[in-house]
Write a protein that binds this ligand. Structure first.
Ligand code: ADP
Ligand code: ADP
Ligand code: ZN
Length: 214
């Protein structure tokens, strides 16, 4: 099963992708996580990507598409995957489609998690991310057992630089201009499934499972 997660920054794509990944035993492929790992390791790619990410902009397609196509060509992706944060532009979606077509493959589901912008800004201020394993929490909705510490690996939790309110606003603008058109793109292909992301996360997940099948 090949799944794409769509939705605004902070809509809950990562949260749902992790749950889907566990239940259906599919790798969770997040371009944001890949970029953050590169930044942490001080790679050339990380240096280039950081400037765009900190400004709330998208990393250029030239730096993103090959990276993603390379990732999904790995052995662990041969039975499918969940793409979280890719594609984010129509050209990215077209490159992905071309690469899949060449192998006689296609995306099965594009899962759109819908949350209005007003809710997003509130949510993002409370998001905390683990510096080591990428697990995400929320100070009110998903608090860790011990404040500031990751339940899974014991590392520190931080507020991402790009989750500050000014940058979130910019990312929402970028989302509406560049990423939202993907909803129609996948709608036209008949694989779009829309979900109300303002519900509790377990309810959103239950709705998704209804569509993917138990
Ligand atoms: P969010 O959790 O808000 O959806 P991500 O972790 O997916 O954010 O992405 C963080 C940042 O990484 C984005 O704001 C963007 O700068 C960059 N990024 C991630 N994926 C892509 C992509 N497919 N194309 C361009 N930039 C990307
Ligand atoms: P995305 O990957 O779309 O950027 P995340 O999955 O990281 O979004 O979620 C953004 C923030 O909102 C996190 O702090 C997360 O714990 C929280 N969150 C996720 N889903 C819900 C939900 N259904 N209700 C309330 N908070 C949520
Ligand atoms: Zn951790």
């Amino acid at each position: 099963m090949k799944i794409i997660m769509l939705g605004a920054p902070g809509a809950g794509k990562g949260t749902q992708a992790k749950m889907i990944s566990e239940k259906y035993d599919l790798p969770h492929v997040s371009t944001g996580d890949i970029f953050r790992a590169n930044i942490k390791n001080g790679t050339e790619l990380g240096k280039k990507a950081k400037a765009f990410m900190d400004a709330g902009q998208l990393v250029p397609d030239e730096l993103t598409v090959d990276l993603l196509l390379d990732r999904i060509s790995k052995e662990d992706c041969k039975n499918g995957y969940i793409l979280d944060g890719f594609p984010r532009t129509i050209p990215q979606a077209e490159c992905l489609e071309k690469a899949l077509n060449a192998r006689g493959e296609a995306i099965d589901f594009a899962i759109d998690v819908e949350v209005p912008d007003e809710n997003i800004v509130k949510r993002m201020g409370g998001r905390r991310a683990c510096v080591s394993c990428g697990a995400t929490y929320h100070v009110v909705n998903v608090p860790p057992k011990k404040e500031g510490i990751c339940d899974k690996c014991g590392s520190d939790l931080i507020l991402r630089d790009d989750d500050k309110p000014e940058t979130v606003q910019k990312r929402l603008e970028v989302y509406h201009a560049q990423t939202k058109p993907l909803i129609d793109f996948y709608g036209a292909k008949g694989v779009l499934k829309e979900f109300d992301g303002t519900q509790e996360m377990s309810k959103v997940f239950a709705d998704i499972v209804q569509v993917l099948g138990a």
